[in-house]
Structure formats: C-alpha cells, structure tokens
Design a protein around this ligand. Structure first.
Ligand SMILES: Nc1ncnc2c1ncn2[C@@H]1O[C@H](COP(=O)(O)OP(=O)(O)OP(=O)(O)O)[C@@H](O)[C@H]1O
Length: 492
C-alpha cells in the first residue's frame, strides 16, 4: 500500500509534464500524437489523414472485428476537427490568463442540432461523423450552485470545520471532517468524489479535482484531456459523463456507481465476499470495455491505469472502466508509443512499459491480467505487508494449476470450476512477460466466454509487433529485477 501511495505521489508529481516530455522513438514508434486536450478535439496529423479508420469504426452495429470498419469521410472529419481545434485553441489561450474561461464551452452547446446550425451543410456520407464528434449530446456545463445543491454543500469551509471542532472539543478532527462530508464517496490521488442528486432525481458522482502541487495550467490541461477522453467514450462498460463544471474548481459529473469500486468490494471488508458470479461478470465487463477502447471507439485509446479501484460497479454489477486521467490516444498506424515519465500504478505495470516506457494495447492487457488475478485470489496487486507482487506470487501456482492455493479462500468451494480455470488461463496469458505473446482484447473476450475456437491468433488488428520491445530478455527473473529497480526508483 505504501509503495502504491509512493507511486501515486510520483504519478501526480509527474502528471502534466508527461505530454511535454513524451519522446519520439525514431523508427518504428509513433510520432507524438497528443491525447485530446479538450472535449471533441481531433488531433489531426498527416498520418491520420492518410489512415484514419476511426471515423467509420463507431457505427453502432460494429462487429467485433476492427477490420470491418467503414472508410471515413475524411474531409468531413477534418472539417469538424479543425473547427473544434480553433475553439479549443481559443480556450487554451484564455485559460493562460484565467481559468474561468471554460464556461465558454457553455456557449458551444454540444448538441447535434447546434453543430448543424454552426456548420455549413455537408454532403451526405455513408458515415455520420456527427455521431463521433458529438458523442454525448446530453452532457452539460453545471454551475457551482447546482453542484452545491446536488451534494448538499459538499465542500464546507475549513474555517467552519475548525469552528465546529473547537465547539465540540472532544471530537476528532478527521471524524468531524468525514461527518461534515457525508456525501464524499471516494478519494483518489488527485480527486475527491461526492454523491449528488440532480433536480430530476438522478443520482450522480461529482469528481472534484484537488488543488495540490500542480500548476493551474497543468490542472486545466489534465482536466481537458480527461474530459476529451471520456466525452468520446460510449460503452456500457465505461464510466458515463453527465457533464462538467469549471466554476470554482474543476469537476466532472458522472453517472453514479452504487456499489463503488471493485477494490472496495474485493478488499474492503473481511466479512463480506463478492460472489463468483459477480466476479466473473465483472471480468467479462472489463474485457468488453477494454476491447471497445482498443478497437471500436472513435479513437484507439490506451487506458494506462486499469486497476481494481478504477473499476466501478453499477446497480446490477456491470463493470465500468473509470478514471481516464492517464489515458492516451494512439494513432491508428503507429504500433506503439514511448512515454516518459512512466505513470500508472505499481503492481499493474507491464515490464516493457516500466522498463522502456513502451505503451500500446498490451500495456492494458497486462494490467487486465493483474486485475483478473485480484478477482481470482482476493489479493491486492502488491501485498500490503510483504510488498510482494501478485504476478510473482502466482506464476508458479498457475503453472501447477493449483486451484486450492490460488482461489480466494473467502469463496470456499462456491464457484464454477470451468469458469475459474478459464479466468486463470486468461490471466496467465495476459501477464506474459513478452508483450506480443499476450493476446489482444478481442481474443481475451472470446477466451473468457469460452468460445476461443473462434479466436484469432495472438496480436490484433491495431497492434503491430515491435521487435525492439519484445525483447527476449524479459524473462521472469529480469522482470523481478525490473520490478525491484522500479520500486527503488520510486523510493528515491
Ligand atoms: N461514478 C462514481 N460512482 C461511485 N463512486 C465513484 C465514482 N467515481 C469515483 N468513485 C469513487 O471515488 C474513488 C476515486 O475516484 P477516481 O479513481 O476517479 O479518483 P482519482 O483521484 O482520479 O484516482 P487515482 O488515484 O486513481 O488517480 C473511486 O475509487 C471510487 O471509489
């Protein structure tokens, strides 16, 4: 846990500087195609215009194969993109002066109707690019007063807290704080999350970015990046945006997940046990969500922070991938990307990522494998006391296929053995130390469902192998060395 916190601190310290310091790796690696800096920003590059299959890929009846996408109407796509880019540029310029500029977005009602009014009529095309560019016509810009009303004044004045504390001298400050913040439902490395109820009765989660360490400009940039990402995502297994607010702080308004995070259910209480049926459903849901992000979303998205606390659970335990703060857009035609500094959460990082900064779909596949191991074993990615990585602990047991040593003791014998073995086998493929040996998400979904006879061999339509990074030196022992080195670096 301490290690994880250390990682988080490092992550947050580094956050923001990441985009500026990402490096190009000359030959086979991607040019630095930035993640979106604002809602609906389309990063157009010459390479993209040449090979932009993303536009067609968001048609609602999309098959699971990314190869079956319709070619985009490039000129329409670029036209929209350039228009949005101009708007974003203007926001960015103004945000340097003062970040009260985001309400400007309010004047750009992001509805399809409005888009049409502001655009010259385009010739009809087989692919409706409006659907991509205006992926979430329903979300809106909230005022601070609306958020206060929704959360019953979620953020009490610290002076008020002190006043109460003095008044009730016997009360512990922390207890009082939590008492006053009874709507707070979660706290991450850079955000507090509150429950709120909108006037129409819908319960929402309001994620409020905290003000620590980061420069205001960086926070704005990160906020816009995460907003741009989540605004593009539209899948039952991904968190849904209801709106945002930049009034007195930066806020996301998200669909509320009543069961909280997978981490809180798996590790929260000794007494309670998430039954196997739900665990299996969550595993399938996360796999589906990742498959969408990697293959079927308007842009190829690598999440980079898949972990149990970023998987939320809906009323009926449908998994929702959340927290797109580190997510990265990769161009279609570039196999991988090199990033520095390395960000993410210790215990979930793929070897080629924490050793060489290589990012692609297989980065998420590795983290997904660790998540599956947590689901099976009920252990954390890194054991709190021994600080042992679950990957190193489980590898010999997976080889023995030793159910009784691996399965969460809280489950007893209350699980479907076929499903359990399937998930174990899938996890073991995901955590392979050689990236190209890990299956892609299309195949993993099929493996998890038990219809792997239909599955393609390793690799994926959007994933191209990169010899330099599939170094055979990623043996188990070098992985362990790498982990230790990485941990030492974090401690420095
Ligand atoms: N939509 C939601 N519904 C219910 N609970 C939520 C929701 N969003 C977030 N939470 C809770 O708040 C916690 C923190 O949220 P989140 O991970 O988005 O914050 P963060 O600061 O970005 O985290 P990180 O430390 O990973 O960067 C989650 O683990 C979850 O328990």
């Amino acid at each position: 846990m301490a290690v994880e916190e250390m990682e988080k601190k490092k992550k947050k310290k580094n956050k923001g500087s990441n985009e500026k310091t990402e490096t190009e790796n000359s030959d086979s690696l991607s040019i630095d195609d930035p993640s979106p800096r604002c809602v609906l920003e389309i990063p157009l590059t010459s390479s993209d215009s040449d090979n932009s299959s993303s536009c067609g890929s968001c048609s609602p009846d999309k098959s699971s194969s990314p190869l079956s996408t319709t070619p985009p109407n490039v000129s329409s796509f670029q036209h929209h993109g350039l228009q949005w880019n101009r708007m974003i540029d203007s926001i960015k310029k103004k945000s340097i002066r003062r970040f009260s500029v985001i309400p400007l977005l309010a004047s750009y009602e992001l509805t399809r109707k409005n888009m049409r009014r502001k655009q010259p009529k385009l010739s009809p095309s087989p692919v409706d690019c409006d659907q991509i560019l205006v992926a979430k016509p329903s979300w809106r810009n909230f005022t601070y007063e609306e958020l206060v009303a929704a959360t019953d004044s979620f953020n009490p004045d610290p002076v008020l807290v002190m006043f109460f504390c003095l008044l009730v001298a016997s009360m512990d400050l922390d207890v009082l704080y939590v008492f006053l913040l009874e709507n707070m439902i979660g706290k991450g490395g850079h955000a507090e999350v509150y429950r709120g109820v909108l006037p129409d009765g819908e319960t929402v989660a309001i994620k409020k970015l905290m003000r620590h360490a980061m420069e205001e400009e960086e926070r704005v940039s990160d906020f816009l990046s995460e907003l741009g990402m989540i605004a593009h995502v539209n899948h039952p297994n991904a968190a849904r945006l209801r709106g945002f607010s930049s009034d007195r702080g930066l806020h996301f308004v998200l669909e509320y997940a009543p069961h909280g995070s997978l981490a809180s259910l798996l590790f929260g209480s000794e007494e309670e046990c998430l039954d196997w049926k739900k665990r299996y459903k969550v595993a399938l849901g996360v796999a589906d969500g990742l498959r969408y992000l990697h293959n079927d979303c308007p842009r190829r998205i690598i999440h980079r922070d898949i972990k149990a606390s970023n998987i939320l659970l809906s009323q009926d335990y449908e998994a929702q991938i959340s927290d797109f703060g580190l997510a990265k857009w990769l161009p279609e035609n570039c196999p991988q990307h090199i990033v520095f500094p390395i960000e993410g959460t210790f215990g979930y990082l793929a070897p080629e990522y924490f050793m060489h900064g290589v990012v692609d779909e297989k980065t998420d596949v590795f983290a997904f494998g660790v998540l599956l191991l947590e689901i099976i074993t009920g252990r954390r990615a890194v054991d709190t006391d021994s600080r042992q990585s679950i990957v190193m602990w489980v590898k010999p047991l997976l080889e023995k296929s030793s159910l009784e040593e691996i399965v969460d003791p809280k489950l007893g014998n209350d699980f479907d053995e076929t499903e359990m073995r399937r998930v174990m086998q899938t996890a073991s493929m995901c955590i392979h130390h050689v990236a190209t040996m890990r299956p892609d998400m299309n195949r993993l979904v099929q493996l998890l469902r038990g219809d792997d006879r239909l599955a393609e061999p390793h690799g994926g339509a959007r994933t191209v192998s990169l010899d330099g990074c599939d170094l055979q030196d990623h043996t188990s022992s070098s992985y362990l060395d790498g982990l230790i080195r990485h941990r030492q670096l974090l401690m420095e």
